[in-house]
Design a protein around this ligand. Structure first.
Ligand code: HEM
Length: 183
């Protein structure tokens, strides 16, 4: 990936990339809320099947958006940040790496998990038969990976959004503005 030290780096994220960021963010927040909500629905009920399939369908769309975002980011450096406190500058790169790692691990583990279950995926009603065997151990392994990585992701997102709001309201710099698609 190119770095922000690159001389040809823009001042802000392109509007299309910023729009994609917010679409993915909205989808992921819905997916996290759905994930927490649907886990408590009694097994074997139509409501459980409905919400699980909605979660899987939206998850596949989010995965496509994430692939597009990472594809763009792979070829472009982010706009350089304004002057940051030393501790913030230090944690920025590892926090980004962790964010991208979880952006891949969470959807991939969910997708693989679904394919080791007899239910597979119904993409908004369209059946996508599982390519894996009905293997309870593998299902359990990827299910734990999906659930724990999603919980870690939710915590990281809270820090991410909190940091963006702190820069907007306390530091009053342009970190948030450069990620806005309009204005
Ligand atoms: C909820 C799901 C979200 C995801 C998955 C997400 C993901 C990301 C990623 C991967 C980046 C890094 C882009 C890069 O490498 O340059 C980023 C940057 C950014 N995000 Fe989010 N984000 C989310 C929510 C939010 C929210 C709620 C806010 C604001 C309240 C926000 C504000 C920002 C800002 C200001 C940047 C640019 C900061 C920088 O350049 O380092 N994001 N986001």
């Amino acid at each position: 990936m190119p770095s922000a030290a690159d001389p040809k780096v823009a001042e802000r994220y392109p509007r299309s990339v910023a729009l994609l960021h917010w679409l993915i963010a909205a989808l992921i927040l819905v997916l996290i809320a759905l994930g927490w909500f649907m886990a408590d629905i009694p097994k074997g009920t139509p409501a459980r099947a409905y919400y699980f399939n909605l979660h899987k369908s939206l998850g596949l769309i989010a995965a496509l958006g994430i692939a597009g975002f990472i594809g763009w980011r792979w070829r472009h450096a982010p706009p350089p940040p304004p002057r940051l406190a030393r501790w913030e500058a230090r944690i920025m790169a590892p926090a980004r790496v962790l964010m991208y790692l979880l952006l891949v691990v969470v959807p991939v583990s969910g997708y693989v998990e679904a394919n080791f279950s007899p239910y597979g995926i119904r993409f908004f009603g369209l059946p996508l038969p599982p390519w894996g065997p009905d293997d309870k151990r593998l299902y359990f392994l990827f299910n734990r990976m999906h659930v724990y990585s999603a919980d870690a992701f939710a915590a990281l997102l809270a820090l991410h959004a909190g940091a963006a709001l702190k820069h907007w309201l306390v530091n009053r710099d342009r970190i948030l503005q450069r990620m806005l698609p309009f204005g």
